[in-house]
Design a protein around this ligand. Structure first.
Ligand SMILES: Nc1ncnc2c1ncn2[C@@H]1O[C@H](COP(=O)(O)OP(=O)(O)O)[C@@H](O)[C@H]1O
Ligand SMILES: [Mg+2]
Length: 381
């Protein structure tokens, strides 16, 4: 085999082809600024390299680990650092569990290479198999399609990025358009995938405040960066009986809508309280009591009159670029939890209230004292 016959790919092509988000970081006065990032990182962040450049990396990317410290250590030791199984928030979606690597490039400027490998990939495979089994239903088909379309889209965005390197500024507008629109389609497909996710909730005892704080942190670094968040928690609230990932999705969707209702900024108040009196009929005809309440309140303009009766229906949106899937997903998840959601809205105040059941008492078996809900545990998907 003649190695010389192969022309090795140029570094730029490797950068673009790399299927995991990658960033180049520079230390500027103790802050790690983004020098550059690859197309996989742009898709991951839902932002272009141009928008990300010179931004402090760990403001845009909330990683549940002391990243500034780890970066400094990688530079000093001139050795890579691996951090596994950490939550990474990019703002627009629930935190993703990732393996993170920081490697010094060993150049005079002491650039760092940050690689973020979502562990989601393993979970995804499992999910695809499930979706194939559910392919009979239309929504299962939509989800499968969404999944299949997303991969080539990443390729299209990458190719456009590569093309743009040799183009005049005028022509580059066109490749930027491709990248921008591709990203929008990926976001829509993400929502279709989530909506079609038929997984029944894996309900267990969870501390709702942990979920609320995770959602709030995610919002604060992303879609809700322009909002002020207030909380009014009842610290004695008993555990709720819910799937933590699905509940997180519910809260994120509500926070996102509240943030989008006030593009110029405003206040979001998250409140929890205990109040008996609300009951629904459970799946087996039983009466289920819903005494645990979470309210998301904003001081925006209120629901648009024309759609206020139908906001929980799929594809009903009052926003130009809305999909109308956010609240449909919320209501689907809450229904699967035997819970209840309602909204009160007037100009200047909109309150979504989610009501959930307590953990059902276990009849016979002695209770094990294993994991205390609410501890700062890592969850694998
Ligand atoms: N907090 C809110 N304040 C005002 N309007 C809201 C709020 N939450 C939801 N809405 C309205 O409900 C519509 C449906 O929301 P949703 O189902 O999340 O879809 P989307 O956000 O994609 O439009 C929104 O487009 C918006 O008009
Ligand atoms: Mg929405």
């Amino acid at each position: 085999m003649n190695a010389a016959a192969h022309t090795p790919p140029v570094p730029g092509a490797i950068w673009s082809a790399l299927p995991v988000p990658a960033f180049l970081l520079a230390d500027r006065g103790g802050k790690e600024l983004i020098l550059d990032c690859n197309p996989a990182a742009e898709l991951f962040m839902s932002a272009s390299a141009g928008q990300l450049r010179n931004d402090p990396a760990f403001d845009r990317l909330a990683i549940d680990a002391p990243m500034e410290e780890a970066s400094a250590r990688a530079r000093i030791n001139k050795a890579p650092i691996f951090i596994n199984d950490v939550d990474v928030c990019t703002g627009d979606r629930p935190p993703v569990v990732c393996n993170v690597q920081i490697a010094p490039m060993n150049d005079p400027a002491e650039t760092l290479l940050l690689l973020i490998a979502p562990r989601e990939i393993a979970g995804r495979l499992g999910r695809t198999r499930m979706v194939k089994a559910a392919a009979k239903s239309a929504i299962g088909m939509a989800e499968m399609l969404a999944h299949e379309i997303k991969n080539p889209l990443a390729g299209i965005a990458g190719a456009a990025q590569l093309l743009s390197m040799n183009l005049s500024a005028e022509d580059r507008e066109l490749t930027d358009l491709i990248v921008h629109e591709t990203r929008r389609i990926v976001q829509l497909l993400d929502q279709v995938e989530q909506f079609g996710d038929q997984r029944p909730p894996e309900r267990r005892a969870i501390n709702v405040h942990d979920v609320l704080e995770r959602a709030r942190r995610s919002a604060e670094v992303g879609f809700g960066a322009h909002m002020v968040f207030l909380d009014d928690y009842d610290p004695s609230l008993p555990d709720v009986f819910a799937d933590p990932d699905q509940l997180l999705q519910v809260i994120l969707n509500l926070l996102k809508n509240a943030s989008e209702a006030q593009p110029g900024g405003g206040t979001i108040k998250i409140r929890t309280y205990f109040e008996r009196g609300l009951n629904v009929q459970g799946f087996d005809g039983r009466r289920v009591s819903l005494p645990l309440h979470v309210e998301i309140q904003d001081d925006g303009p209120g629901l648009p009159e024309a759609i206020s009766e139908n906001i929980f229906e799929p594809f009903v949106s009052g926003r130009e670029n809305g999909t109308g899937l956010g609240l449909a997903l919320v209501s689907k998840i809450i229904a699967a939890h035997e819970g209840w959601i309602e909204v009160r809205s007037r100009p200047g105040q909109t309150v979504f209230r989610v009501s959930l059941p307590m953990v059902p008492p276990k009849p016979a078996a002695p209770r094990s004292v294993d994991r205390k809900p609410g501890a700062n545990k890592k969850e694998s998907h």
